[in-house]
Every structure is written in C-alpha cells, then in structure tokens.
Design a protein. Structure first.
Length: 277
C-alpha cells in the first residue's frame, strides 16, 4: 500500500529524484501544480495537505518517466503556454519556445492590422492564433504538411475563437492562388549534423518540425522561392542562431530590393530575419 505524502514531502522527493538524473527540479512543481490546479504560492500554502492517492501515483509516474527519458513536461500535461495563452499540444507538434514569442511580438509591431498573413508550417497554430487575437482585423491563413498537426491547430483556434483558414500542403503551395501580404514562419531549421548535440528532451518533438536538409536551410529555400510568385510585402522567419546571413542572402537573391534585417533574441543570439520586399 502506498504511503500517502503531503505536498511538501512529494515536492522534496521529486526534487531529489530529478537532481539525481540531472533534470531541472522546477519541473516537479510544474507537474504537481498542474495536477492539483495550484500555482507556486498554492503549493507552499497547502504544503501539509495530503495528496490524493491517484494524484500521488500519477505524479510519481510522471516524475520517473521525465527523469529517465527526458519526456517534456508539456507532453504529460498536453498544455503549453505561449504569449499569455494556453495551447493544446501533443506528439504531432513542436512545443512552443520563448524565442517564437519574440518573433510574434516583433511582427505585431510591423503590421497595420488589415493585411493577409500566412503562417507557413503552423504546427499547433500558435503564431497564427496569436497574431489573429492581437490584431483581429488580419486575414490569417496557415499551412502545414501534417494533417495531424492541422487537427491540433484547428482545435486551438476553436478554443481561442480565432477565425483562421487552415490548409494542408507543402509550404506555400496551398496558398498559391491567394493574395498574400505577409509570410511568417518558424520552419524546421536544424541540420542533420546537429542531431547528436541536441538535448534528449528535443527528440520528443516531431522530426518534420525540427530537421532540414541543406545545412538546415531547405525550408527557407522552398518558402522564399515559392514566395516570388506571391509578391508579399513582408517576410518574417525564425532562424537558427548561425543562419542569419544565409537566410538574408536567400531573400536578396529572390527579392533584390529587399534589405533583410537580422534581429537578436533576449539571449543576444541571431533569431529572426525580417524583410520588407
């Protein structure tokens, strides 16, 4: 029979267990807070409360699996926070990163609010939905090759009551007959040679959302080439921190009048390429 633990005892055990495996100990509080619907203050205030046996068993299972495999917190809860909103995520989509929030915030500052925007490789729909919620006057389309990912994006759009047109297909192919003002994308940009250097938590994201040929540049090559016939006014890409120069050259080759700008993230690494065509 399981010895029932208090919140404080469960936190102490989980923290020690995660430390032994070299994992971030804060994950324990995130998991327990999710299961109990308590924030950090609540966990402290309710420290002496005994855990329900079902909650305790789930918590211990999650902690052990995360410690031993690196499975991300968000894959247990199926919830990821992005720009102040919670989004459903599963194994079919990339877990949102803080750097992508910076891409959205940058682009919001460049838009008038009445443009037609396409989010290429939308995944869970976080970029498209965030733009639409902040600027309701936008017409937003979103594409993805993965039908499973589009189902996740559609679910999130319904949850957040965001009117977005989702289209399945490769990069910009599904919108080739549309008039597009702005193209935004956080495409796969990790090269195959970098695979061995990645954290084991990353392998739980779908490969199609992570890796790209041509030193990680394949998606940019395709999107920019396809963009030529659409004559967009603005391009915005999240990039790998060493890809700013290469992506800028690709843009200038297709759009000679463009002056791409490489923008750094909060950690002072190149993270965004923005261009007005």
């Amino acid at each position: 029979m399981m010895n029932r633990q208090t919140i404080q005892e469960a936190r102490r055990w989980a923290s020690s267990f995660l430390k032994k495996y070299g994992r971030e100990q804060r994950v324990a509080d995130l998991m327990l807070g999710h299961l109990l619907e308590l924030n950090m203050s609540g966990l402290i205030l309710e420290a002496d409360q005994e855990l329900d046996p079902t909650v305790q068993e789930t918590f211990e299972t999650w902690i052990r699996e995360h410690a031993e495999t690196g499975k991300p917190f968000e894959h247990f809860t199926q919830v990821a926070a992005f720009s102040g909103r919670d989004f459903y995520v599963d194994e079919h989509v990339l877990i949102p990163r803080p750097e992508t929030e910076e891409l959205v915030q940058m682009l919001l500052g460049k838009l008038n609010g009445d443009e037609t925007v396409v989010d290429v490789g939308t995944g869970s729909g976080i970029i498209a939905i965030s733009l639409k919620k902040e600027l309701p006057g936008l017409r937003v389309l979103a594409t993805d090759l993965s039908g499973d990912a589009l189902q996740v994006a559609e679910r999130n759009a319904e949850t957040h009551q965001a009117d977005i047109t989702f289209l399945q297909g490769s990069f910009l192919e599904p919108v080739r007959n549309h008039e597009i003002d702005v193209i935004v994308s956080n495409p796969p940009y990790i090269s195959e040679i970098e695979r061995e250097t990645l954290s084991d938590t990353v392998i739980f994201d779908p490969e199609i959302a992570l890796f790209a040929d041509h030193d990680g540049l394949f998606a940019y090559e395709q999107i920019i080439e396809q963009a030529h016939t659409l004559s967009p006014k603005k391009l915005a890409f999240e990039i790998g921190y060493q890809q700013g120069e290469a992506v800028s050259r690709l843009i200038q080759k297709t759009f000679p009048n463009a002056k791409p700008e490489v923008i750094q993230d909060i950690n002072k690494k190149d993270r965004i390429v923005y261009a007005e065509c």
